[in-house]
Every structure is written in structure tokens, then in C-alpha cells.
Design a protein around this ligand. Structure first.
Ligand code: GLC
Length: 729
């Protein structure tokens, strides 16, 4: 060694540190040794646990934690909401805020806003923020993303999910989950399954057929598990086919753990457990809740222990549950050194702005009313409560104590500086509605301005966009239709900006007259800056609707069939596969704005669609290429959407189904060739007779376009002459 040290000091230092490191890990007990395989560490730790220590993993010990085991150096495991930011700390035994001063965080745009980007890379950037901020806040499990399907446009929690299409929801969830988990924080996909409304969520019994379950409601969860590698799944409050989801053997042990190979933990929603036997045998791993007095009163605590001691439950049942928790703990590095995390960094702010900008959907822009040219304006009027209302601290469990939140008005003022005269007027109030005096003041502002911008929509409080209740209607509340109608009559240059988390109906009386409409969603901390960048053309809007905006609620399938909100505690998903655009397209109903719709300040052309059947590729049956060209006056991003239609399916199928999409940025005049490799799964449907997926030997139309109703190119894949191939998983 001396000679080595003399001639190669760095090498010798490295060798020495490697030797010392090996010696140090070798001295560690196996479960603490990061050099050993996860299962080896879990086995070792499981062997060391007493019965009571094992039971500490099966239920909460405070509102958001499970107990640690100091004897073995096992820390408490901390969970927290929510999908678009790390919730403020609450008291140990309630949801009441702890009123700390060190738990301010980045408020990211709500998930339906993220879905509107159709940009999986944006989902990754988003998840990185959640992961880093969760680490900084000492959280081990983040309770998100939510991937329930928008079956009704008035679900109170639509803003927390990715819209009406399972493929889009799955693609966006995977990017989010992988990024969160890359920071040593487990993601917990929720709410498994069928929690697609808030009305009677704690008791409603959801009934649906097998195809609907496997083709619509399971796929985002399956993607989260099999493609996202999610470490936790939250069981939903509702019942499914008669059994509570957190006690549902078929869902948890059957589909999730056996068929999908899920190795992580199933956590209950808070107080979603109703029976020890059901939970223990049904596949629940961790019961959560709060304020039950002593936590030993949980179904998966004292009663479970009694059953183990009496021999009612084999110890193997407990060991499997605990092993899953140990896996998650070890996989997230809870026993090793982890990155410290960070809060509201420049990167986090940039990610929040990016998602908020990309998620904004331009719904109407006649006469190129937008973008506004500040140099050609003198006065603008900004009207509406949502111009100034801060939205982050709303939505119940999804509320975020934001370090900052730029309101739409602040964003506009910051953007225009002193170059413009900005007149403001509340226009309406979410507490008192619209008064003649408020309308008069708004009209005075509109008349005095070159352009009037009405910023309305909904709020993140019950009974609007909030957990615990569904909306009573699709309509814009508080007299906004009257307000907008009056404003556009006073000033034809009126822009309507909707700040909401779900679809709203729009009165034709004003929609036909305003030149521009923007859906801005709840854009989080950077909302106002993102909106201003779109309105003034610094950012060319590229967002596309992840959900259908119906003309009226009764056009929506669950409402048209009277299936919502259920009857006598049971809800039959009578619409089956025909959720969202699947219904509107199959039934030829004209929506107000279709799924996948969104305008740009430029234009795009699609050409040269080619479909090639792949005979030998193990992962794909078809290669699709298409050229997209920016044919307009400015650079911009387009989302090309690929739908599949089967011409003569053996079983009924919706008119078309989204099976691919790509977001591409194109400079003016630029053309890019997009390639889609479609697996058999993209052409298959679930056959309940064989409990598996089938791709017919038939003809499939490939439809590519700018929205579900704006198909720009079609081609056909003819499988009728193809040799049979193995069915997909
Ligand atoms: C709530 C929600 C769930 C949340 C949990 C903890 O009731 O349904 O999404 O993560 O409780 O707050």
C-alpha cells in the first residue's frame, strides 16, 4: 500500500474508502445494510419484530403517521396529502392545522390542469417538485395522484384527477409517480376504485360490468402499478359490488396483488374501514384515520391482535402486510441516508409556471382577439372575483398552504407594469352573488376600457370544486352569466377567463358574442403569471381538454341515463364503457367543447399518415407515422391525438378510443414526423367470457387529429388477413 499511496494517492484513497465502507456495512445488521437486496433486508427486519411491533405497521398512530420502533432504529412513517403540493401539518389527532410557520410550500396546478398539458415530461417535472418538497417536509408517503375517472362533470373532486380518459390518466400518472418516488418518497395512487363522485362516497355501492371495470376504471391504477411502480394504493371509501373497497378481496388480493403483482401497501382512506375480518382478509395493509381516542381501537389494531392470538388469523396474514410496509420503507430509503429535499426553489417555480402555462386551454379566439398587444392598448378592465381570489387553500384534503400564489390580476399587473391603465371591478361575489350595483360598476369599467377581461368560474370550496360534495349543477354560479352578457354588450372586446377545476356550462347568449374564452383551471402558485403570459402572447397556448364540456348536464351519460347519483345506496354505471367522449361520439351528441380540444395562436397541418403492420415486433403490432407542420404565424406546440376505431367488433365498442398522443413543439413552418408504436393492447378489448384481452382479426381505423372531433387524417390497419398472435396481458 505505501508504494501505491506514494504513486497513486487518489486511487489508494478510493481503495481505502471502499474497504472501510465495506467493513462498515458488513458490521450493520442486514436490514440496515443498503448493499443488500431489498427482500433480504425486509426478511431480516421481519424476523426481528415482536408481535406488537409488527402490528405497529398495520394502522395509524396519529392522523398521518404510523409508529416507529426505536429499539430497531425504525422511524415513524409520515404520510401527507395531497396531489398538488405537500399539505400543511395538522395536529396529531385531528385534521386541524398545526399552524406551524415552516410548512409553506409550492402550490402546483391541480391535476386536471396537469392533464390538460398532455405532456408526460411536465408530469415528471411536477412529480419532482412533489418529491423534493415532501422530502424537505419529512414525508415518506405522498397521498396522490388521484386517478379516478371523470364520469360526471359535477364530481366535487374532478380537479384532483386527470379527466375522463383512462389512457391519458395513466400516461400522466406514471410520469408523476416515477418522479415522486425517485426522491425517496412513496406515491399513493387513489382512490381504488370507483370513487367517481362525492355524493354518498362513504357508503354508495358501485356496480359496473367487467368490461367497464377493466377498460375504463382500472387502467389508470394498473398503469400506476405496472408502469409507474407505485408503492402505495389507497382504498376508496365506497363499496364495490357490495363490499367496501378497503375490505374487498376481489379488488385488493385478486386484481391488485395477484393479477397485477403489486408488492406495496394498500392504505385505507381515512376511516374507510368498517370491519376487522373484512380488512384483514380482504387485503388491506394499513388502516388510517384520526381521533379514534386510542389508536388501538382501530379495526386493524387490537381486534386484529386478538384474532392472531386466538388463532383466528394465521401469523402469515400479518407477516405479508408487514413485509409490504417494510418493502416500502426500505425502497424509499427510510432506513438509509436520503436527500434532504427542498422547497420553492427556482426549479420548482419554473415547473409550476410551465405546467400552468401548458395547461391553459384556449377555447375560443375569433378574430384573433388574443393575444393582446399591450402596445396597442391604453386601458383594460379586469372584472370578476376570481381575478383576485386565491385558490390554493381550498379543496379540503387537497388544500395547500402556499408560500405564495400569484392571482390572475397580480399576474396581469406584473406583466403590463405601468404601460397600461388597469381598472378592476369584482363583478360578482361567491358569497352574495351579483348585485345591480356590482354589475353597474363592472359595466362602467368595461365601457372605459379597450378590452374587458372577465375572470370567473368556480372556487375550491363546497359545493363547487371540493371534496365531500358534488356540484348541484353545471352552471356558472353567482350570476356570472348575467354579468358576462352585460359586459360584452357594453364592450364587444371582452375576454372570458374561467378559473375552475371541472367543466361548466356557458350561456350561448354571451358565448356567441365574446371573441375569446380561456379555461385557466386552478393554476397554483404561478397561476397569474401563466395566465398573463398566455393573454399577452408570451406563451402560445397548447392545452387540450382532458374532459368533455357538455352543453348541458343532461347530455352527460350518467345524467342522461339517470344513473347518477344512484338510488337506494346503489349506483349502477349504466353507461358502461360510454364515459365522456365515448358517449358523445357514439351517440352523436354535440358537446360544447370536445375532449382533446384546444386552440393555438398558430395553426397546424397533418399529412403523410402511414400505417405499417409489424409482423414480428414482440411489443408492437403497428407503426404509425404522420407529419405535423406549423403552418401559422408563430412558434407553438401541438398535441397530436391518436384514436382507434374498430370497424366491425365482435363485441360492442365505443366509436373511438384514445390510444396515443404526442406533444410536439414546432417553429413557424417546421414539420416533424411523429411515430407511434401501437401494442396489441391498443386494439384490444376485455372479453369477460375469457377474463382476458382480445384483438379481433378485423379492420381498425387509425384516426389522428387535434381533438376527438377534429380528425385530420385516417388510415386502416387490416388484421383480417393477419396470422393469429398471442393476446396481451
Ligand atoms: C380524505 C380523502 C383522501 C385523503 C385522506 C387524508 O378523506 O378522501 O384523498 O388523502 O382523506 O386526508
Amino acid at each position: 500500500m505505501p508504494l501505491l499511496r506514494l504513486r497513486f494517492p487518489l486511487l489508494s484513497a478510493l481503495l481505502l474508502s471502499a474497504v472501510l465502507a465495506r467493513a462498515s456495512t458488513a458490521a450493520l445488521p442486514a436490514y440496515r445494510n443498503p448493499a443488500l437486496p431489498l427482500e433480504t433486508r425486509a426478511d431480516d427486519l421481519l424476523r426481528r419484530l415482536t408481535l406488537d411491533e409488527k402490528l405497529a405497521f398495520t394502522h395509524g398512530a396519529s392522523t398521518f403517521s404510523t409508529a416507529g420502533i426505536p429499539r430497531l432504529g425504525i422511524p415513524e412513517r409520515w404520510m401527507d396529502d395531497g396531489p398538488h403540493g405537500v399539505r400543511e401539518d395538522v395536529l396529531r389527532d385531528s385534521f386541524d392545522p398545526a399552524n406551524r410557520h415552516d410548512d409553506y410550500v409550492m402550490c402546483m396546478p391541480v391535476l386536471i390542469d396537469l392533464a390538460s398539458t398532455w405532456d408526460p415530461d411536465a408530469a415528471t417535472a411536477y412529480g419532482n417538485v412533489i418529491g423534493e418538497e415532501a422530502r424537505m417536509r419529512g414525508k415518506d408517503i405522498m397521498l396522490g395522484p388521484g386517478v379516478n375517472i371523470m364520469r360526471t362533470p359535477i364530481n366535487g373532486r374532478n380537479s384532483e384527477y386527470f379527466g375522463e380518459d383512462p389512457y391519458l390518466a395513466g400516461r400522466m400518472a406514471v410520469g408523476y409517480i416515477r418522479a415522486v418516488q425517485s426522491h425517496g418518497v412513496a406515491s399513493c395512487v387513489k382512490h381504488f376504485v370507483g370513487n367517481d363522485q362525492e355524493t354518498q362516497r362513504g357508503s354508495i355501492d358501485v356496480e359496473m360490468d367487467e368490461r367497464t371495470l377493466h377498460e375504463i376504471y382500472l387502467p389508470p391504477f394498473k398503469a400506476a402499478v405496472q408502469k409507474g411502480g407505485v408503492w402505495a394504493v389507497m382504498g376508496a371509501y365506497n363499496r364495490f359490488r357490495g363490499q367496501y373497497c378497503c375490505e374487498n378481496d376481489a379488488l385488493l388480493n385478486g386484481i391488485l396483488k395477484k393479477h397485477w403483482g403489486f408488492k406495496g401497501i394498500v392504505i385505507s382512506d381515512w376511516h374507510a374501514v368498517h370491519d376487522t375480518d373484512g380488512a384483514v382478509r380482504g387485503g388491506l395493509d394499513v388502516e388510517m384515520g384520526t381521533k379514534r381516542g386510542d389508536y388501538d381501537g382501530f379495526f386493524m389494531a387490537g381486534a386484529f391482535k386478538a384474532g392472531l392470538l386466538s388463532g383466528k388469523y394465521p401469523m402469515s396474514l400479518l407477516d405479508d402486510k408487514v413485509r409490504r410496509s417494510l418493502r416500502v420503507m426500505i425502497a424509499t430509503g427510510a432506513l438509509d441516508s436520503r436527500e434532504p429535499g427542498s422547497i420553492c426553489t427556482p426549479e420548482h417555480r419554473a415547473a409550476a409556471l410551465r405546467v400552468a402555462e401548458e395547461g391553459i386551454v384556449l377555447l375560443k379566439n375569433s378574430g384573433a382577439a388574443l393575444p393582446l398587444d399591450a402596445a396597442k392598448l391604453h386601458t383594460i378592465a379586469v372584472i370578476g372575483e376570481n381575478a383576485t381570489r386565491l385558490q390554493a387553500y381550498g379543496g379540503d384534503s387537497a388544500r395547500i398552504k402556499a408560500l405564495y400564489e400569484v392571482s390572475p390580476l397580480e399576474g396581469i399587473l406584473h406583466r403590463v407594469g405601468t404601460s397600461l391603465n388597469v381598472i378592476t371591478s369584482p363583478g360578482y361575489s361567491s358569497t352574495t352573488g351579483t348585485s345591480p350595483a356590482m354589475i353597474a360598476q363592472a359595466l362602467a369599467a368595461a365601457k372605459a376600457a379597450d378590452v374587458a377581461i372577465v375572470i370567473g368560474g368556480l372556487i375550491r370550496e363546497r359545493p363547487y370544486d371540493c371534496e365531500g360534495m358534488d356540484r348541484a349543477s353545471l352552471d356558472l354560479p353567482w350570476g356570472q352569466n348575467d354579468l358576462i352578457r352585460a359586459v360584452v354588450a357594453a364592450n364587444p372586446h371582452t375576454i372570458v377567463v374561467l378559473v375552475s377545476g371541472s367543466p361548466v356550462a356557458m350561456d350561448e347568449a354571451w358565448l356567441s358574442r365574446v371573441p375569446a374564452v380561456v379555461e385557466a383551471w386552478y393554476g397554483g402558485s404561478e397561476a397569474g403569471n401563466a395566465l398573463a403570459h398566455v393573454l399577452f402572447g408570451d406563451f402560445n397556448p397548447s392545452g387540450k381538454l382532458p374532459c368533455t364540456f357538455p352543453r348541458k348536464l343532461s347530455d352527460s351519460p350518467a345524467h342522461a341515463l339517470g344513473a347518477y347519483p344512484g338510488k337506494d345506496g346503489v349506483e349502477h354505471y349504466d353507461e358502461g364503457l360510454l364515459v365522456g367522449y365515448r358517449w358523445f361520439d357514439t351517440k352523436h351528441i354535440e358537446p360544447l367543447f370536445p375532449f382533446g380540444f384546444g386552440l393555438s395562436y398558430t395553426t397546424f397541418a397533418y399529412s403523410n399518415l402511414h400505417v405499417e403492420r409489424l409482423a414480428t415486433d414482440p411489443d408492437a403490432v403497428a407503426k404509425i407515422t404522420i407529419d405535423v407542420t406549423n403552418t401559422g404565424p408563430r412558434d407553438g406546440a401541438e398535441v397530436a391525438e391518436l384514436y382507434v376505431h374498430e370497424e366491425h367488433p365482435r363485441l360492442f365498442r365505443p366509436e373511438k378510443e384514445l390510444k396515443g398522443f404526442q406533444r410536439v413543439f414546432l417553429k413557424r413552418g417546421e414539420t416533424r414526423t411523429l411515430t407511434f408504436l401501437l401494442p396489441r393492447q391498443a386494439f384490444s378489448y376485455y372479453d369477460p367470457v375469457i377474463s382476458g384481452w382480445v384483438m379481433d382479426h378485423g379492420r381498425f381505423d387509425i384516426l389522428i387529429g387535434a381533438s376527438s372531433r377534429d380528425i385530420r387524417a385516417t388510415a386502416t390497419l387490416d388484421e383480417s388477413t393477419a396470422a393469429p398472435r398471442a393476446n396481451p396481458g
